[in-house]
Ligand binder design. Structure first.
Ligand SMILES: Cc1ncc(COP(=O)(O)O)c(C=O)c1O
Length: 409
């Protein structure tokens, strides 16, 4: 069991919301930051500001060291084989674009197939549309069950030698289903396809071991996992990183270049990290991962699952609410109040100090599967409590169209 009281005390934003009597159920969009992360970012600006890997003086040496230690912390967090497999980016979107550009655009050709699902976030489908446009490869979708969940048998039916990439979220950002990514990777590798795993929603909630899952790429953002914004990770198996192209060229990524335009790139991960990175963000991210590792990701995961189950049990008792992801196991509950537009309900909840997200959640083609485009998403994290869930359920019980209209006036 987590000491939630103590955890809540670590988060200034929770204290801020407590003063306003407000509750945050939108951690799938971005998470709050513990004080240690804020302090780490502040410390860089107040005591350690220097560029990394560039200066010949102590300040730059020591901050470069810290930056590389952060890479090692990420390696440990996801159990990668080497810290050279950890590329820092601006976020999950930037990581997914990097894989699509550097691997997809370079190695795919006409006739190849990219397999994905209709539940993907825009950041994991639009870059593959571009790969298809540039290379002549086609995108096909693994059929999902009517409730948007995944069935491995459906993957087996569409798998063929033409499939070169399978790209999907480990946890859907709309429905919260956990994909059987290890089984997916096993099947993919039997056909020599690579697996790109969008870990934006799984990394914060599920203990992830890239070697055990045997995935080829894993992309995620720091800001959803208690870290600062503007930082992300693209993990890739070294042999894949070695042969793929960087998305950006510039300072820091090359060993030398000459007047004729010849460029000798550095080895991974540095060849992918042109330009000055978000140094303070990476250092803060390290503090965030250390914070989670101190608690233990297995404890975070167990707590998230427990809270989610409690939420699901309570909300499914309401006659006026339709829940779309009853089979989900962690962090996300997606629903509508019957006959009331999602955004109207979200505005009403806001008037009661409850912050949720409404809309299509950047997964605009999922509508084809679950038959509804606008939903309310309440997402949980380690600082949420059963009492907060009780309050949300109580407020939902009494929602009427009239109350939503009044709240909007
Ligand atoms: C599943 C999924 N993939 C990718 C992203 C993009 O993440 P970011 O906006 O941090 O780049 C998100 C963000 O919500 C997401 O939920």
């Amino acid at each position: 069991m987590l000491d939630v009281k103590k955890i809540r005390n670590d988060f200034p934003m929770i204290k801020e919301l407590e003063k306003k009597k407000a509750i945050y159920f939108d951690s799938a969009a971005t998470s709050f930051k513990p004080q240690c992360v804020i302090d780490r970012v502040n410390e860089y600006y107040t005591k350690e500001t220097a560029n990394i890997h560039r200066g010949d003086y102590d300040l730059s040496f020591s901050v470069s060291d810290e930056y590389e230690k952060a890479r090692e912390t990420v390696r440990k967090f996801i159990n990668a084989e080497s810290s050279a497999e950890i590329v820092f980016t601006n976020g999950a979107s930037s990581s997914l674009n990097l894989v699509a550009y550097g691997y997809g655009q370079k190695f795919l050709k006409e006739g190849d197939i990219i397999l994905s699902t209709e539940a993907e976030h825009a950041s994991n489908i639009l870059p593959w549309f571009k790969v298809a446009e540039v290379t002549g490869a086609t995108i096909e979708y693994i059929p999902l069950n009517k409730d948007g969940s995944f069935d491995i048998e459906n993957l087996k039916k569409v798998m063929s030698d033409k499939v070169k990439v399978i790209t999907l979220a480990h946890v859907s950002n709309v429905l919260g289903y956990i994909m059987p990514i290890k089984e997916i990777a096993k099947i993919a590798h039997e056909y020599n396809a690579v697996v790109v795993c969008d870990g934006a929603q799984s990394i914060p909630h599920i203990k992830t071991d890239v070697r055990d899952l045997d995935i080829d790429f894993l992309c995620f953002s720091s800001h959803k996992v208690l870290g600062p914004s503007g930082v992300g990770v693209m993990y890739g198996k070294y042999e894949l990183l070695d042969k793929m192209d960087p998305f950006m060229l510039g300072g820091g990524s090359n060993a030398r270049f000459d007047i004729c335009g010849n460029i000798l790139l550095k080895n991974p991960p540095f060849k992918f990290e042109a330009g000055t990175p978000c140094v303070e963000g990476v250092l803060g991210f390290k503090a965030a991962l250390e914070y989670l590792m101190d608690i233990g990701m297995e404890n975070v995961e167990a707590n998230d699952r427990m809270l989610h189950k409690y939420f699901m049990d309570e909300i499914t008792k309401l006659d006026n609410v339709e829940v779309y992801n009853k089979q989900s196991e962690t962090s996300i509950v997606t629903f509508n109040v019957k006959n009331i537009f999602a955004q109207d309900v979200a505005c009403y909840l806001n008037s009661k100090g409850i912050y949720v997200r409404s809309g299509n959640h950047c997964a605009k083609i999922l509508l084809n599967v679950i038959g509804v485009s606008e939903t309310i998403r309440a997402s949980l994290y380690l600082y949420n409590t059963k009492e907060e869930i009780d309050y949300l359920v109580e407020v939902l019980k009494g929602v009427t169209l009239q109350k939503c209209i009044e709240a909007a006036l």
